[in-house]
Ligand binder design. Sequence first.
Ligand SMILES: CC(C)(COP(=O)(O)OP(=O)(O)OC[C@H]1O[C@@H](n2cnc3c(N)ncnc32)[C@H](O)[C@@H]1OP(=O)(O)O)[C@@H](O)C(=O)NCCC(=O)NCCS
Length: 166
Amino acid sequence: MLQSSRLLLRAIEPADLNATYRGWLIDPEVNRYLETRFLPQIIEILEAYWQAHRDDPASPWFALCLIADGRHIGNIKLGPIDWLHRRADISLFIGDRSCWGQGYASEAIALVGDWSFRELDLQKLNAGVYAGNIGSRRAFEKCGFELEGTLRQEAVNSGLRLMYPG
Ligand SMILES: CC(C)(COP(=O)(O)OP(=O)(O)OC[C@H]1O[C@@H](n2cnc3c(N)ncnc32)[C@H](O)[C@@H]1OP(=O)(O)O)[C@@H](O)C(=O)NCCC(=O)NCCS
């Protein structure tokens, strides 16, 4: 478990994989820049993914919850971790759109980033951000990530930016 001033990051539990959660994943506003938009979002498939990844030390995966009321508002995931090169990918989504624009993504990225460098002894985190995803790019930049490169024709109809912490 990780904690910041407003967020508690805890392990994802089967009860989290409910209709609300599925609703986030099929919401076109939420999934517009998520690779999961290409996958069928069926509870049984979400549960199978959870079973396959729940205890994977190379891919820590957290539910983002508000300390104030315990509400689960999204997820953040590190990994896969490359222990040899001490780097990992980081990705997140805030599924509850009423929580957008309140600094929760920045707070979660800063928390997981700090844990990655201090506790896991990683030296680099990578985040892939679609060119049009201004909010995500801004959230990562607020946490010290810098644009490392722009990949062209990397995905259908979009450019992908790769960033690392400065
Ligand atoms: C992108 C996302 C994670 C941002 O979460 P958030 O909690 O709203 O972000 P924050 O509140 O921490 O905002 C960080 C900065 O980005 C800005 N921002 C957020 N969304 C924005 C948007 N749509 N357009 C422009 N700026 C935006 C905020 O104003 C803030 O900047 P500021 O402090 O200078 O004002 C969230 O909108 C989301 O989950 N989207 C759907 C899934 C997704 O795209 N995930 C990322 C995949 S890489």
